[in-house]
Design a protein around this ligand. Structure first.
Ligand code: COA
Length: 440
C-alpha cells in the first residue's frame, strides 16, 4: 500500500472544496451526535446554492440545524432518523422530514439499499502511526455508513478523543480530509431534582448486584446512577452513556466483573456529555465504542445475564402502551434503541425492562398516565413489551397483567391530584369493581 502519510497529504483540502464533491440528488449522512463535523456542515450550508435536491440524514444532533432554513429548501433538506431540539420545529412546519427507524437496524438499511448513502461527513482524530483515525465518541451507525458511501469526507479534529473498540477508519478509506480543531459539543447534566431523585431510588430498588445496565437519553438515567452507590459489580452495555457512569466506575461499582459478554468492558455505540466524559474515554481500554448493529441487537443484549434497561418516556396509557417520542401528532424525538433494549432485557436471564417518567408534565398540569392517548400519538413500546413503569410514586410491573389490572397499577403510581379523574375514567371503562380481585 502507498505510504499512508503521502495519501493523507494528497487528500487534504479546504472545507469548501471538500463539499463540492457531494453530488446533486444524493443522500448525505452526517456523523452522529458529537461526531458531527461542524466545519463540513457549515461549508455545505454556506454553499447551499450549489446543490440541488440533497438530503441530509442524521440521528441526534448537539448542534444547530441551519440546513432546515426555508431558503435552503430545494437545495438541502433534512430527513431525521431522530429529532432533536434544533430541528423539531422544522419537522413540525414541514421544512424537514422524519423517518421512523430502529437505530440498530440503520446499518442494514445502508447496506441493503433501503436507505442508500451517497456521501458521509464524519469527524476523526488525526491518524496513529499505522494511519488509522478514530471516530472517537460516536461509532454507532456512522462507521457502518462509511463502509458503503461512495464519498467519505472527514474533518480531522485534534479535540476528538481516541477510543477503543471498533472505532477506526484507515486514511486510505477517506476521500477528502479537512483539518479543523473545533471544540466538541458538550451536554452538561443538570442538577437532579426531587422528582428525578425519587424515580432514581425506585429504579435502583429493581437493580440487583451483578446487573448489566443500559441507560437511555434524558434526565432520568443520571438520577438512577446517583442512586446506585451501594451496589456491587455492575456492568454497562448501552446504546449511549453520559457523565453519570464515571463516578461509579471510579468507585469500582461499575467494573463489568459479572458481565457474560464483553466482560469487564463498558460497551457503547456512542457517548455524549461533558469534557470530563470525553477525557475519561480517551485512550481508555475499559470503554469499547462499537457499531450499533452489534450493540443494539436484542440477541446480543440478551446474552448479558441480569440485563436491566432503563429508558425514559413521555406518557403511558391504561393499557400500558408507551409513548416516548411524540406530542400528539408532532414528532418530538425518536425510538432510538428503546425497544431493542426492552426486548434484549426480555431475552436475558433475570433481565428487567424499566420505563421511567415523572408522573406529570408541563409544570404539574398534565398527568403522564392517561386513560387513552390523543389521536396521532406514537406508540413507541407496545403494551405486549411493557414490563416495569416507574414514577416518583412507585413501580408498576405490567408483565402478565390483564388490562384491568394494568389500569389499576398505573393509577397507583400516578400523581395523587389526578387520581379522581383517572378512577372516573377507569370506572367508565370497567365499571364499579369492589369485588375485583387483583392478583398483583
Ligand atoms: N404532554 C405534554 N408535554 C410533555 C409530556 C406530555 N405527555 N411529557 C413531557 N412533556 C414535556 C415536559 O414537560 C418537558 O417540557 P419542559 O422542558 O418545558 O418542562 C418536555 O416535554 C421534555 O420532557 P422530559 O420528560 O423532560 O424529556 P427528557 O429530556 O427526559 O426526554 C424522552 C424523555 C422520552 C423524550 C427521551 O428519553 C426520548 O427521546 N426517548 C426515546 C428514545 C429512547 O428511549 N432511546 C433509548 C436509547 S438511547
Amino acid at each position: 500500500m502507498e505510504n499512508w502519510k503521502t495519501v493523507y497529504q494528497s487528500r487534504l483540502v479546504t472545507a469548501d472544496e471538500a463539499v463540492t464533491h457531494i453530488p446533486n440528488n444524493s443522500r448525505v449522512l452526517i456523523g452522529h451526535a458529537a461526531n458531527q463535523p461542524p466545519a463540513l456542515v457549515e461549508a455545505m450550508c454556506r454553499n447551499y446554492r450549489q446543490y440541488e435536491n440533497v438530503e441530509l440524514v442524521h440521528w441526534v444532533t448537539l448542534f444547530g440545524s441551519e440546513y432546515c432554513a426555508p431558503e435552503m429548501q430545494g437545495h438541502l433538506r433534512f430527513n431525521g432518523l431522530f429529532i432533536s431540539g434544533s430541528n423539531r420545529k422544522a419537522v413540525a412546519q414541514n421544512l424537514a422530514d422524519f423517518t421512523p427507524t430502529y437505530f440498530g437496524q440503520c446499518p442494514r438499511y445502508f447496506r441493503d439499499g433501503t436507505l442508500p448513502i451517497d456521501a458521509v461527513l464524519i469527524s476523526v482524530t488525526p491518524p496513529d502511526e499505522h494511519g488509522f483515525c478514530s471516530l472517537g465518541v460516536s461509532v454507532g451507525g456512522t462507521l457502518p455508513a462509511t463502509q458503503v458511501a461512495k464519498v467519505v469526507i472527514a474533518q480531522v479534529n485534534r479535540n476528538l478523543p481516541r477510543t477503543y473498540g471498533d472505532s477506526h477508519i484507515h486514511v486510505s478509506k477517506i476521500d477528502y480530509l479537512v483539518e479543523a480543531d473545533t471544540p466538541l459539543p458538550t451536554m452538561e447534566s443538570g442538577p437532579v431534582g426531587e422528582v428525578e431523585a425519587a424515580i432514581g431510588r425506585n429504579c435502583a430498588s429493581l437493580i440487583e448486584d451483578g446487573s448489566t445496565l443500559q441507560l437511555g437519553i434524558g434526565s432520568i438515567p443520571d438520577a438512577v446512577l446517583k442512586s446506585l452507590t451501594d451496589k456491587k459489580d455492575l456492568g454497562i452495555h448501552s446504546e449511549m452513556i453520559a457523565d453519570g457512569v464515571i463516578d461509579l466506575y471510579e468507585k469500582g461499582i461499575i467494573n463489568g466483573a459479572k458481565k457474560t459478554i464483553h466482560k469487564g468492558k463498558i460497551v457503547v455505540a456512542f457517548l455524549m456529555g461533558s469534557q470530563r466524559l470525553y477525557d475519561f474515554v480517551h485512550n481508555n481500554p475499559d470503554v469499547e465504542v462499537l457499531p450499533v448493529d452489534h450493540v443494539n441487537d436484542p440477541w446480543v443484549i440478551g446474552q448479558n445475564r441480569k440485563m436491566v434497561s432503563i429508558n425514559s418516556c413521555l406518557q403511558v396509557d391504561f393499557n400500558g402502551q408507551v409513548n416516548s417520542e411524540s406530542m400528539g401528532i408532532q414528532q418530538f424525538s425518536g425510538v432510538g434503541g428503546q425497544l431493542d433494549y426492552i426486548r434484549g432485557s426480555f431475552l436475558s436471564p433475570g433481565g428487567k425492562a424499566i420505563l421511567a417518567m415523572p408522573s406529570t408534565a408541563k409544570k404539574g398540569t398534565l398527568s403522564r398516565i392517561v386513560p387513552v392517548f390523543e389521536a396521532g400519538t406514537t406508540v413507541t413500546t407496545p403494551r405486549t413489551d411493557t414490563h416495569y413503569i416507574v414514577t416518583e410514586y412507585g413501580i408498576a410491573n405490567l408483565r402478565g397483567k390483564s388490562l384491568r389490572e394494568r389500569a389499576k397499577l398505573l393509577i397507583g403510581i400516578a400523581h395523587p391530584k389526578f387520581h379522581e379523574e383517572l378512577w372516573a375514567a377507569y370506572k367508565e371503562r370497567y365499571g364499579e369493581d369492589e369485588n375485583f380481585l387483583s392478583h398483583s
